[in-house]
Structure formats: C-alpha cells, structure tokens
Design a binder for this molecule. Structure first.
Ligand code: ATP
Ligand code: MG
Length: 415
C-alpha cells in the first residue's frame, strides 16, 4: 500500500526548516539582485583586484544565509576559494591584535569538503599547529601571534601569500573570498575603518595591484554607520548589499519547493495564509514551516490545506511569542488584569494595526489608565509600535498579534 510506504519513510524525515540557523543552500530562495552584484564583484576580483562588500541588514534578515549561498555558488561557478569566519558578535575580538589573531586562527581551523585544500591549509600553517587529532587542532598561540600581520597593509600581503600557497601547482589563481561575519564588536571599534582602508589603499597602490581578494563583511545598519562615521571614505570603499524582507512570490516558492521535496503538496489558500503571516520575514517563514512540519509529520498527511496551515500559524505564534518575551514580560501578559485587554483586541478583530480610541471605547472609563499602561508596556517590549497617526498602533508582526490575541481568546473562553 502506498500509504504504508509513506509512513515508513515519514518516520525518519528530518525537519528541513530551521528558524535559528542560516539556511542550507539547497533551501535558499530569492536575493537575485544581491547575487548579481556579488558575482560581478567576484569577476572584478578575478581581474586582479581587491573588492570589499558590506552585507547590511537587520538581525535575522538573512545576511549569513546570503553570504553562505553566495560563497557556495562562487566556488562552484568561478572556482574562487571561500572562507566564512564568524567573529563572535558582541563578545568577539575588540583590539586590532585580537582581531587579526582571531581571523587567522579561524582560517587555520576552517573546514572544507575538498581534502586537498584542507591539506594545503594545514601545510601552510604547519609551524603553528601542534596536534592534529581527528581534525582537532591545537594552535601554538605564541608563535602564531609573533608572525601575524600588524595592520591592513601587511594583512593584505599575508593573505596574498596564503592564496598563492593554496593555488600552488594549479593552473590559475582564482582568488580568495573572506567572509567576516558577526563582526559587531570589531565593527564598532575605531581601528576597524583604518584597517579596511589600509587594505584598500595598499591594493590600489602599484605593489598591491595583482591581488585577488574579495572581502565580505556582514553587519547591521548600526555597525555600518559606525564604520562610516569613523571615516566617510569607507562609504566609497565598500559596496553595500542591502538585505531586506523577501518578496511574496519568493516566500511561496520556498514553501512549495521545500514541502514538495518531502512529497507534501501545499494548496494555494494555505500558501496565501503562510505568506500573509510571515510577511516576507525569512525567520518567520522558517518558523512557520518548522512547526507545521512537526505537527504534520506524525499525522502523515501529504497535503497542507487551509485548516492545517491555520494550525501551523497558531502554533508558530505561540513559539514566537515565547521566544520573543522574557519571563517578566510573559508574566505581565498572562496577568488576569492585562489579559482582559488582549481579549478586547481579539473582539476588535485586530489584524496588525488598531486604534487605541476603539480599545478605550470598548472598556469601562475607569480602566482607561490601566489600558494605557498595557499599551505602553507592549510598546516597551517591542511587541507593538506607534503609527504615525495619533493613537494608532501596529503589532511588530502578525504572529505576535495572534499570540497576544490568543491569550485574550483563552481568557474569554475560560472566564
Ligand atoms: N534566502 C533565504 N531563504 C530561506 N531562508 C532564509 C533565507 N535567508 C534567511 N533565511 C532564514 O532566516 C533566518 C535568519 O537567517 P540568517 O541567520 O542568515 O540571518 P542573519 O541576518 O545572518 O541574522 P543575525 O543578524 O542574527 O546574524 C534563518 O532561519 C534562515 O534559515
Ligand atoms: Mg548572521
């Protein structure tokens, strides 16, 4: 029986959605324009240039996923060798010395599926590695520290020599792509602008003119502005790629292909519902997919209809709410007095925005001050934000709107 077969294979299905990890290249969607810019820069690099890209976007918007995908594609199509280095965000290196050490250490430890490449990396840094035990390396930190470049100009030459070693014996040097991700702490430190400028200026000077290096920085607006503030010239040196929300058709394509690969069909009204709720956010898109899949998997249906999609959205909103709020905030919202206001929002059939006037009209005048507190608190938590027109509010996203109203709905039912 076909049903039986499916159940056997379904048991072992891995959930392909993950809201908290960069997407695997096979599940990547969208970003066509960004990728064009990326590959254009790879081409320029292969014509003996150094290029610097800044992938800019808010938290969780898909910077790392884009860099990861672009690297894989550039390796495949252009033969460039990529390194994706995570500098540890706010807890990362804070001085120039720590930064350079960290970058080189991560390059030594980089994993590659290409065994010959791993071998060359190891050989090149041989002097600084004590032990190679099942792929685990110990680095002689003292020796390494002494031999490290001290500024951007030396760093460039260091990378150039390393690149030559990687391509030794090959027909052609196809260049190197260094992705510096999670650079919040370095990016916020004054030396960083100078360091990047030194790289740029050395490469522009004659003795640096045949480098093939693509440097990719990933960071938020905040980090970018800080770098620019240190030196306005940085605005011309870095090519910015902005990462924004996904288009509706990209979200739909993502669900269709990811579910179809699992032999699960998704009906159009379910797709509309998903896309409406996630509103282009790649993280919410993964979250809704993730909980829907978990809900679906033991039940084994091979089609997602509107009812199943609604269930998925509701479960996702609970997950999102819990993730979004800390304990105090959670307790605040689940306090009986405030649950009442959430239930009023529910009866107002709020989608994403609402007016406080309507809320105040629905409650007794003696509760208006308390309702104001409630709104202020939601606003402080970042769950709602004020609209331009006075007294207007907007939920941060539809899942949080559902989350808050669901608390109100349960309150009404159990009262
Ligand atoms: N193009 C995409 N296609 C599918 N899913 C994506 C895409 N971009 C991002 N995602 C998903 O969105 C979420 C956030 O992505 P990612 O970690 O790349 O964002 P980020 O901007 O690097 O976040 P942070 O600021 O926390 O470093 C992840 O769950 C990832 O799987
Ligand atoms: Mg990231």
């Amino acid at each position: 029986m076909p049903g039986k077969e499916k159940s056997a294979s379904n048991d072992g299905l891995m959930n392909p959605f993950n809201p908290f990890q960069p997407v695997k290249p096979i599940n990547f969607v969208g970003r066509t324009d960004a990728l064009k810019v990326f590959f254009k820069k790879v081409g320029e690099v292969q014509n003996n240039n150094v290029r610097i890209i800044f992938i800019r976007g808010e938290r969780g918007i898909g910077k790392t996923s884009l860099a990861k995908y672009a690297r894989v594609m550039a390796e495949r199509q252009f033969g460039i060798i990529g390194f994706h280095l995570f500098l540890g965000g706010r807890t990362g290196p804070k001085t120039k010395t720590e930064f350079i050490y960290s970058v080189v250490e991560k390059m030594i430890q980089a994993k590659s599926a290409v065994a010959s490449l791993m071998k060359r990396i190891r050989e090149y840094f041989e002097k600084y590695i004590i032990e190679v035990d099942f792929g685990i390396l110990n680095i002689k930190s003292k020796e390494l520290s002494h031999s490290l470049p001290k500024n951007g100009s030396q760093f460039l030459k260091f990378i150039q020599k390393f690149t030559e070693a990687l391509y030794k014996g090959e027909e052609e040097d196809k260049g190197i792509m260094l992705i510096l991700d999670e650079l919040d702490s370095v990016g916020l430190t004054p030396f960083f602008s100078d360091f990047i400028k030194e790289i740029n200026d050395t490469s522009a000077s004659e003795d640096g003119s045949n480098h093939r290096i693509l440097l990719v920085l990933c960071g938020t607006d905040f980090v970018y502005n800080k770098i620019i503030k240190e030196s306005h010239r940085m605005g011309n040196i870095m090519k910015v790629i902005d990462v924004n929300i996904l288009e509706e058709n990209e979200v739909k394509l993502f669900y269709k292909t990811t579910f179809n690969r699992l032999q699960i069909e998704i009906l159009n009204d379910a797709l509309d519902l998903f896309s409406d709720y996630v509103n282009g956010s790649p993280q919410l898109m993964q979250l809704v997919g993730n909980v829907t899949f978990d809900w679906l998997n033991p039940r084994e249906p091979n089609r997602i209809n509107y009812q199943i999609a609604s269930e998925g959205v509701k479960l996702a909103s609970e997950e999102w709410g819990k993730k979004f709020l800390n304990r105090n905030q959670y307790e605040f919202l689940n306090n009986d007095e405030y649950k009442y206001f959430s239930s009023v929002l529910y009866t107002m059939e709020t989608e994403i925005d609402f007016s406080e006037e309507e809320l105040f009209n629905k409650i007794s005048p003696s509760l208006i001050n308390k309702a104001k507190n409630y709104l202020e608190f939601l606003s402080d938590m970042g769950v709602i934000e004020p609209l331009r027109e006075k007294g207007g509010w907007k939920f941060r996203d539809k899942l949080l709107s559902v989350y808050v109203q669901n608390i109100g709905f349960i309150f009404l039912k159990t009262k």
